[in-house]
Write a protein that binds this ligand. Structure first.
Ligand code: PLP
Length: 369
């Protein structure tokens, strides 16, 4: 196998998504020092663009070094102290991971588990809050990439705040692809990743913390067990303030260039247009898949990830292998309990185009003949 030159795949899986040439060129700009005033200005611009994309005024909005999971861990280690009671909504792999991560922080987790592919109702969450009145935080996945389920968030913050808890949201596969309004929806802490609907290579995890989350961190009696992800240290670098910018760890300089360029592309297109494009491409793909007799698994599908049943008699791994080898198209296999039973077709960011939708439909039709 030739390993010298990575192939130009068409990435239509659960991430990473295709990266525009502009973003790859930005990655190759000269590496600055992490305290160089020019770099700090670039970081400030990047954080400001992240606020626009998250639709928030939260000052504490920045890219954590690491992939989406680093964003999840960053929020968990900073907002949870050992013994805290939390509720985690589990309807797929990523809700399950959130439960695991929060337990590792010492939380007493009360999971709400429903069938994979289903979404939570406000009543289910309210009933669990009623049973566990000391709950400090509710964690939920907006876009469950393992099942393609799109979790509605309307009214959830009001419910959670009314019981004195905070709302934490995983937006790894929704930021830049689905409507997501951090301030209007009352989300207290949120994390995402660069390689899904922002169409940047993997390596940074945008996060944002609101007032309630700041107050919780200020009230901590114990230090977060992760030094690397301790926001009280990170904010002295990312936000500066009284003591100026203080070195914590060397920021991934070139990844910041790439993220800034990816965010510039998002804002040039406009959030409304971008979300509308994801919806139109989803409808186009769905119509084509259903016309071929392929069935969607989730009751409430994402526009960014299409999870369908592997049809009876089809060879799961063989089909994906042929798509990759003959068409250069990557789609995702089923994850967790859906392994061998589902295919996941991502239409994320730069990948969500008429050309890709029609290409994957044609290729699937040929391979499944
Ligand atoms: C991809 C994903 C993650 C993890 O992100 P990594 O970049 O793989 O670390 C977390 N949550 C959801 C919903 C995801 O889709």
């Amino acid at each position: 196998m030739n390993t010298q030159f990575p192939a130009e795949r068409i990435l239509l899986g659960p991430g990473p998504s295709p990266v525009p040439a502009r973003v790859l060129r930005a990655l190759g700009a000269p590496t600055l020092g992490h305290l160089d005033p020019q770099y700090l200005a670039i970081m400030d611009e990047t954080c400001e663009m992240l606020r626009q994309v998250f639709q928030t005024k939260n000052a504490l909005t920045f890219p954590v070094s690491g992939t989406g999971m680093a964003g999840m861990e960053c929020i968990a280690v900073n907002l949870i102290e050992p013994g805290d009671e939390v509720i985690v909504c589990v309807n797929g792999v990523f809700g399950g991971r959130m439960k695991d991560v929060m337990e590792r922080c010492g939380a007493i987790v009360h999971p709400i588990e429903i069938a994979w592919g289903e979404v939570f109702t406000l009543d289910q969450i309210a009933a669990t809050l009623d049973r566990h009145t000391r709950t400090k935080l509710v964690g939920i996945v907006h876009a469950e990439t393992s099942t393609g389920a799109h979790q509605p968030l309307a009214g959830l913050a009001e419910l959670v705040h009314g019981r004195g808890a905070m709302l934490v949201v995983d937006a790894v596969t929704s930021l830049g692809g689905h409507e997501l309004r951090v301030d209007d929806w009352g989300i207290d802490a949120i994390y995402s990743g660069t390689q899904k609907c922002l169409s940047c290579p993997p390596g940074l995890a945008p996060v944002s913390f609101g007032e309630r989350a700041l107050a919780r961190m200020d009230a901590r009696k114990t230090k977060p067990q992760s030094w690397y992800l301790d926001v009280s240290l990170l904010r002295k670098y990312y936000l500066g303030g009284g003591g100026g910018r203080v070195y914590h760890h060397t920021a991934p300089i070139n990844m910041t260039y790439a993220l800034r360029e990816a965010l510039a592309i998002v804002l040039e297109e406009g959030l409304v247009n971008r979300i509308d494009r994801h919806e139109r491409m989803y409808k186009r793909l769905r119509a084509g898949l259903e016309a071929m007799g392929l069935a969607y698994i989730p009751s409430h599908s994402l526009h960014t990830l299409n999870c369908i049943t592997v049809p009876a008699g089809a060879d799961d791994a063989g089909t994906r292998k042929r798509l990759l080898e003959e068409y250069g198209i990557e789609i995702g296999a089923g994850l967790g309990v859906m392994a061998g039973k589902a295919w996941r077709i991502g239409l994320m960011g730069h990948g969500s185009t008429v050309r890709n939708v029609d290409l994957v439909l044609t290729a699937l039709r040929e391979v499944l003949k």
